[in-house]
Design a binder for this molecule. Structure first.
Ligand SMILES: Cc1cc2nc3c(=O)[nH]c(=O)nc-3n(C[C@H](O)[C@H](O)[C@H](O)COP(=O)(O)OP(=O)(O)OC[C@H]3O[C@@H](n4cnc5c(N)ncnc54)[C@H](O)[C@@H]3O)c2cc1C
Length: 409
């Protein structure tokens, strides 16, 4: 067992930390208020090799593994407590990775270099108005063959990056729809494909939701009426889209863990600076055990979360390197634990740090509200609700016969 980061990992962390503290942190409040990313940031992230970090070099990507992906996510979130930039980063890192594994060669050559250069945003669109947890039951969108193309009809909601994809850049989304409507079990009827999301995509009507956090990246949706998809944009085998989606969710969940841990660490640092200098009753706040003991408790808990998260990233890298000891089920278990622990603890930590600041903690001069609003998106459900994480963990511990729903329907 080796708990040390390699020299390469340490150097990478320092590079991202310096970049994020200089290029992102000073602009986070402005980003929150304006609801848009700082101008030119996408290009700077591309130049540093942060966009689509897991995209292999042969497709113009940085070729990073999940350890590196998580290190960068931690550092981006330490600088951007609102987690808008980390979300932009992690959605691409996880879903472009699945596309890079299963997409057709032609589609990958066409799309991935443009994701790495910042011309395309690579997103994920599985959630529909009927629900996000039960993809099998809630998916109503269909994909059908029409001549030499596919056509897609339906609606996706609560989708990250819709405004960015239709204004700042162009979007390419990993999307799911029913191809075989009579499949049994039903999840074997879902296919995955690339959906173009641009300002003028024929048949696509974008919408936007008004969120209360991570304002620098939008959440929206789109109605699709006969949106045409080239045949080679189908991802992997027809009707295996559910399996590819589960792989993508695992990838996203570990980087979400890293993101929430980074935001909590950033918040704790702000809090510690404050309690070392703020005095009450003649002493620094940090000298009162009512303040320092919760710090000790929360820090210990967060370091536990961090170990679970890096274990999840390590397991993921082992699986992708072809080590047969580690299956997708191990990955699903560890990544679900990372996603279950980090968002909940990060939210509680940031809430605690707000208390240390007294009234100042309730003002926008303090950065803490950004973090509280940002990390909450991940405990409320983005990339899978907490109970879904619990379902996965319990399934891996007890066996799939203990899943409480009928898998055949
Ligand atoms: C900010 C934000 C950004 C998002 N971005 C994207 C995106 O880019 N792409 C995308 O496809 N989706 C996105 N989502 C949607 C997200 O994936 C869904 O919110 C999530 O899957 C949950 O679906 P739902 O919101 O429909 O809740 P539901 O599925 O309706 O569930 C509601 C609640 O019930 C719980 N629940 C459900 N089933 C069970 C069960 N069997 N047992 C116990 N409890 C259960 C859930 O955990 C949840 O708390 C985003 C969401 C948010 C908040």
């Amino acid at each position: 067992m080796d708990f040390e980061f390699s020299q390469e990992e340490e150097m990478f962390r320092k590079t991202v930390r310096d970049f994020a503290q200089k290029e992102i942190r000073p602009y986070v409040r402005e980003m929150d208020e304006k609801g848009e990313m700082p101008k030119g940031l996408v290009k700077k992230m591309a130049d540093l090799g942060l966009l689509g970090i897991t995209i292999p070099e042969k497709y113009g990507g940085p070729g990073g593994n999940f350890m590196l992906a998580c290190i960068a996510a931690e550092e981006l979130a330490r600088a951007d407590l609102s987690i808008a930039i980390p979300v932009f980063y992690l959605v691409e890192a996880s879903w472009a990775c699945v596309f890079a594994r299963y997409g057709t060669e032609e589609a990958k050559q066409e799309i991935l270099p443009k994701v790495a250069s910042g011309e395309y945003f690579f997103g994920i669109a599985t959630t529909e108005p009927a629900g996000g947890s039960d993809i099998v039951g809630a998916t109503k969108t269909t994909i059908d063959e029409k001549g030499d193309k596919y056509v897609v009809n339906g609606e996706k909601v609560y989708i990250s990056g819709v405004k960015e994809s239709t204004t700042l850049m162009k979007g390419r989304y990993f999307t799911t729809a029913y191809m075989d409507k009579n499949a049994s079990p039903r999840h074997r009827g879902i296919s995955a494909f690339i959906l173009p999301v641009e300002k003028d995509t024929p048949g696509l009507t974008p919408t936007l939701f008004e969120d209360w956090g991570r304002m620098g990246i939008s959440t929206g949706g789109f109605a699709m009426e006969n949106v045409e998809i080239p045949k080679h944009w189908l991802i992997g085998e027809p009707n295996r889209g559910f399996v590819y989606s589960m792989e993508g969710f695992s990838a996203a969940r570990v980087i979400i863990g890293a993101t929430c841990i980074g935001a909590a660490l950033g918040g704790l640092e702000i809090g510690m600076d404050y309690i070392k200098q703020r005095k009450a009753f003649g002493k620094e706040l940090g000298k009162y055990e009512g303040i320092s003991f919760p710090l000790a408790d929360w820090y210990s808990k967060l370091m536990g979360d961090r170990l679970v998260m890096y274990r999840a990233a390590w397991t993921m890298d082992k699986m992708y390197a072809g080590n047969e000891k580690y299956s997708h089920f191990d990955v699903a278990l560890w990544t679900a634990m990372a996603k279950l622990r980090a968002p909940i603890d990060a939210f509680s930590i940031l809430n605690e740090v707000a208390d240390w600041h007294g009234a100042f903690g309730y003002t926008k001069e303090c950065e803490i509200d950004l973090g509280i609003r940002g990390v909450r998106s991940y405990s409320i459900g983005a990339e899978g609700g907490m109970n879904i994480m619990r379902l996965i963990i319990a399934r891996e511990l007890l066996g799939k016969e203990f899943v409480p729903y009928d898998r055949q329907k």
